[in-house]
Design a protein around this ligand. Structure first.
Ligand SMILES: Cc1ncc(COP(=O)(O)O)c(C=O)c1O
Length: 397
């Protein structure tokens, strides 16, 4: 099928809720994506942080197909082996907790918000309020959207859920003032992704934990984007040695296969008794088999170590790029979550990079974002930076 025919299908039969580039991706391997014309792209965005092992990793494909020949779906009326094994792996990697599986980031966040209110409601303490951060992004369902601290995503969807408030990210003083006897939970991304790669300091995360303990407020870390090794640790909060009460995961967890998870301390998740919360597809055998393959591969191939090595080199390269271009305001790097903040809009830079065969994106109008797979080669990152440099020379000078 030719590009033109595909665009026609979309024009007529697909909702127009996405701004898409006029490119049809038909296949991919590692950091290489290929379009319907046969043009190859260097993909350093990894399907928005989802393809944590690159495109179509053989280990994930194998795990899915092996599982598919045994059992594709059964429902949560029964036990399955992959779900139990995946929960054990995630708990071992994170903190003493239990897992609840869903299908996306928004659903994981939704579960965390509902769990917070249910937990506090069981304690009959009147705590229902959720405090979230300005500039945050938690997803598009109503609870997750109400937590999201960006007006542009709220426009046209009022009324949102009641009892949500927002405070500036990284500001403990503002947070302390906002907490009251009605506060049920605080939700924070340890690294804001969609908000522009804003990295919480260790002291901020430690301060959050202390505050939540003192005020008996639940601490939720939304690691949907920054979790699963993306920042060079399994979970971004581990850089600060801080453990949340509830953590949300999705994106990289399934290596491209849709799966989300919420982990919560046993004494908290026990508020979700039978029948309180559910998801038909949550923790299905295929999704869990894919996630188990991802975790095994990250461990076996020592990809956290590799990601940290690539991250250090890339940071150095980008800092020297900044010296060359006045229009680069700041470089922000946490593992393989990489942001280049420009002094001006970056949309056209992304479009020009795409013409040159490089896939990245731009958030908050001015922040160029790279989210490469954990197994990206340093050479691939260097090639991407060279393409960016060429485009910056052309577009900025
Ligand atoms: C931190 C964070 N939370 C939640 C979400 C929502 O995830 P999903 O699009 O899978 O619903 C995202 C998506 O970008 C995210 O970055």
């Amino acid at each position: 099928m030719k590009n033109k025919e595909i665009f026609k299908l979309y024009e007529k039969f697909v909702a127009h809720n996405y701004g898409r580039y006029p490119i049809t991706i038909v296949e991919g391997k590692g950091c290489k994506a290929v379009d319907a014309q046969g043009k190859a792209y260097l993909d350093l965005l990894a399907g928005l942080a989802v393809n944590i092992l690159g495109h179509s990793p053989a280990v994930v494909a194998k795990a899915i197909s092996a599982q598919a020949t045994k059992l594709i779906h059964t429902s949560n009326l029964f036990y399955t082996i992959p779900q139990g094994e995946l929960a054990k792996e995630l708990v071992k990697l994170s903190f003493p907790s239990q897992a609840l599986f869903v299908n996306s980031g928004a659903e994981a966040v939704e579960s965390a918000l509902k769990l917070s209110r249910k937990y506090q409601s069981d304690l009959k303490n009147g705590r229902t309020e959720i405090i979230a951060m300005e500039n945050s992004f938690h997803g598009r369902t109503y609870g997750a959207l109400s937590a999201t601290g960006q007006a542009k995503y709220h426009k046209g969807f009022a009324p949102l859920l009641p009892a949500f408030k927002h405070v500036p990210f990284g500001n403990l003083t503002a947070l302390k003032k906002a907490v009251t006897k009605k506060t049920a939970a605080i939700i924070v991304e340890p690294v804001q992704g969609e908000g522009g790669i804003n990295i919480a300091s260790r002291n901020y995360l430690k301060g959050l934990r202390k505050l939540c303990d003192k005020e008996r407020v639940l601490l939720i870390f939304d690691e949907v984007q920054c979790g699963m090794g993306r920042t060079g640790r399994w979970f971004a909060c581990q850089h600060a040695g801080v453990t949340p009460d509830i953590m949300t995961l999705a994106k990289g967890l399934g290596g491209g296969f849709p799966i989300g998870a919420m982990l919560a301390k046993p004494e908290v998740i026990s508020a979700f008794g039978p029948g309180t919360h559910a998801s038909t597809f949550g923790g299905g055998p295929l999704a869990c088999a894919a996630a188990l393959a991802v975790i095994k591969t990250v461990k076996d191939k020592k990809l956290l170590k590799h990601a940290n090595f690539v991250s250090r080199e890339v940071k150095r390269e980008l800092e020297s790029l900044k010296k060359e271009f006045d229009d680069i305001k700041e470089i922000r790097v946490s593992g393989l979550m990489i942001g280049i903040e420009l002094k001006k809009a970056g949309g056209n830079i992304v479009a020009e990079c795409l013409k040159e065969g490089l896939i990245i994106n731009c958030v908050q109008d001015t922040v160029l974002r790279f989210l490469p797979p954990l197994n990206v080669k340093l050479q691939e990152m260097k090639r991407g930076i060279n393409i960016l440099k060429k485009v910056l020379c052309r577009e900025i000078s």
